[in-house]
Design a protein around this ligand. Structure first.
Ligand SMILES: Cc1cc2nc3c(=O)[nH]c(=O)nc-3n(C[C@H](O)[C@H](O)[C@H](O)COP(=O)(O)OP(=O)(O)OC[C@H]3O[C@@H](n4cnc5c(N)ncnc54)[C@H](O)[C@@H]3O)c2cc1C
Length: 530
């Protein structure tokens, strides 16, 4: 047994969830983190708004719980919400102790205190932030601490599949990993494996997520035998820049708050026809209005127009958006900006308890990959980073406790490449990537219907077959690994959306526009019953 390739804890993912866990485990454990590109490239880095936590004296845990549950459309687990919300202050203190410099203000008595903002759904000011670059501040501070720790790091290593026992109860013993620098695959053994691989926004044509968000953790867990829940609840952000090279430039909702107008390509304003609050309607309603107009008119995008405001005002209030748009040749202060809604956040994922434990022994899942019951059918803004931190802490304690008791390494198999050859048809992979994301965008996006879901089902089934064939015949490459995971995630979303014959939270279908008590429960998918 090569001791180099065995760890007490192997964490797949270096975002807020993965790094918080890595820094919270006892130093006595041999721990490593895998990241499929660089350590900093993840959704965490791009988070803007902040982290919710009850800080102000006028706020309360009960109010934060109530807001979260109300937003969640009847599907939040109250005990989960209570558990996570109660730990908000502690999480902020922990991040501050690791060097995150949150925005401050001076209190009436002259003391420096955390500056709090308020976001949609919250009844109080409780969003702790670092200007509008909260994720960057968190990721940079955690990475800096991480680099001083003894935790191992494998960058540019992509996990392919979990290595699990065949006997029952199923147990996870490690991971097959592709080293992207030399295209070699090896197996890494671990007493505990943790999926902290983030979300799956890349399953849609337009997404605010970075390229790494391909649902790998959810797909690997499903193939290994984990239960997955609530995959139909995908949150779409209404306004991302539309430009072939701007992969994920999110244009803050505050632009509409300050008078930004949504227009069709012919200049007509349309939001008021959908909701009395027009452009200021809730995020989901605005995204639905844009999506409907785009489908009706066959448009690639619509426009966000704030050019009636002065250049000074825009530069002062929206420096990031202004500079971001300028990089792609658009001047926010003098022209309407092409925008599309974009897949932003997955409420569903691998089912876990409050310690991050899945139904497979020694396999944990935390952060956006997991589904604890915090978000229910809709996520309240800034609750997701909080969940990453709280679950990372609670799983660290559970893992340390478990490893304290007797546990041994298990011999794991080598990857078998004897039956595959180099592919000469890379175009198949890139074509399928594109087709998959278009099908999901057009048929399983913001506004769904039974016939659109059926169309998607037929196409995704074909893609699944083709990708499986490719996977079985050719040598592994990163794009193919991700494509195989994306098609799996797409399949799970379609299954879940087809099951839910009602509209609730983030799932809206034209055939069942109202909510129905009959569906007042999670959509639980079990690979054993598939
Ligand atoms: C633009 C944007 C703005 C947001 N703003 C906010 C906000 O203000 N507040 C808030 O609470 N939430 C916000 N969110 C959501 C929040 O950022 C994410 O839910 C959260 O950061 C997820 O953290 P994570 O650690 O679970 O995953 P990530 O931060 O996405 O990290 C995933 C990691 O897994 C690695 N990985 C994935 N697959 C593999 C594999 N197969 N092998 C090896 N490594 C792998 C990746 O390399 C990456 O390191 C925002 C999201 C986006 C995209």
């Amino acid at each position: 047994m090569n001791n180099e390739e065995y760890y007490d804890v192997l964490i797949i993912g270096s975002g807020a969830a993965g790094l918080t866990l890595a820094l919270s485990l006892p130093d006595s454990l041999k721990v490593a983190v895998l990241s499929k590109t660089t350590i900093e490239e993840n959704a965490t880095f791009y988070a803007q708004g902040g982290i919710s936590a009850v800080i102000d004296d006028s706020d309360s845990i009960a109010a934060h719980v109530e807001d979260t549950v109300r937003t969640g459309g009847g599907l939040c687990k109250p005990e989960t919400v209570q558990f996570i919300v109660e730990r908000g202050r502690e999480s902020i203190d922990w991040l501050s102790s690791k060097g995150v410099s949150f925005s401050k203000r001076r209190s009436k008595s002259g003391r420096q205190e955390l500056h709090l903002t308020q976001e949609g759904g919250h009844s109080a000011r409780r969003v702790v932030h670092a200007a509008d670059k909260t994720g960057e501040a968190i990721e940079n501070a955690l990475v800096s601490r991480f680099r001083k720790s003894s935790v191992g790091l494998f960058e540019n290593h992509i996990a392919i599949d979990l290595i699990c026992s065949h006997s029952l109860p199923k147990r996870c013993d490690g991971v097959f990993v592709l080293d992207k620098s030399n295209n070699q695959i090896r197996s890494i053994g671990a007493k505990i494996t943790v999926l902290a691989t983030g979300g799956a926004g890349k399953v849609y044509l337009y997404t605010s997520n970075p390229d790494v968000s391909t649902g790998d953790g959810i797909a690997m867990a499903w193939r290994a035998g984990c239960r997955v829940a609530n995959m139909e609840f995908v949150q779409f952000h209404p306004t991302c820049l539309y430009h072939p090279d701007a992969k994920s430039l999110l244009l803050t909702e505050a632009l509409r708050g300050e008078g930004g107008i949504l227009r069709l390509p012919n200049g007509r304003r349309f939001a008021e026809g959908y909701h009395p609050m027009g452009e200021l309607a809730p995020r989901d309603a605005v995204a639905q209005a844009i999506d409907t107009e785009m489908k009706k008119g066959g448009y690639d995008h619509v426009y966000l127009d704030i050019s009636h405001k002065s250049e000074d005002f825009i530069k002062k209030h929206f420096p990031n958006a202004y500079e971001g748009c300028l990089r792609f040749g658009f001047d926010l202060s003098s022209q309407p900006i092409p925008i599309v809604p974009a897949a932003h956040y997955f409420c569903g994922g691998v089912v876990t308890d409050l310690k991050g434990r899945t139904n497979i022994e020694n396999l944990y899942s935390i952060g956006e990959t997991g589904c604890t019951g915090l978000h229910g059918a809709n996520r309240m803004a800034s609750n997701s980073l909080l969940e990453c931190l709280v679950l990372a802490e609670s799983s660290a304690a559970a893992i340390a406790d478990k490893l304290d008791k007797k546990s041994t390494f298990v011999k794991i198999p080598d990857w078998d490449e004897s039956l595959v050859v180099d592919s000469e048809e890379e175009v198949v992979v890139s074509h399928n990537w594109d087709e998959l994301r278009r099908v999901m965008w057009n048929y399983v996006g913001i506004v769904r219907s039974s016939s659109r879901l059926q169309k998607a089902r037929r196409r995704i089934d074909l893609l699944k077959l083709e990708i499986a064939e490719f996977y079985g015949s050719y040598k592994m490459k990163s794009d193919l690994i991700e494509l195989r995971n994306l098609v799996q995630v797409a399949d799970l979303i379609i299954k879940s959306a087809t099951h839910r014959k009602e509209s609730r939270g983030l799932h809206y279908t034209l055939d069942y526009p109202e909510s129905n008590q009959k569906y007042n429960e999670d959509t639980l998918l079990d690979p054993q019953e598939d």
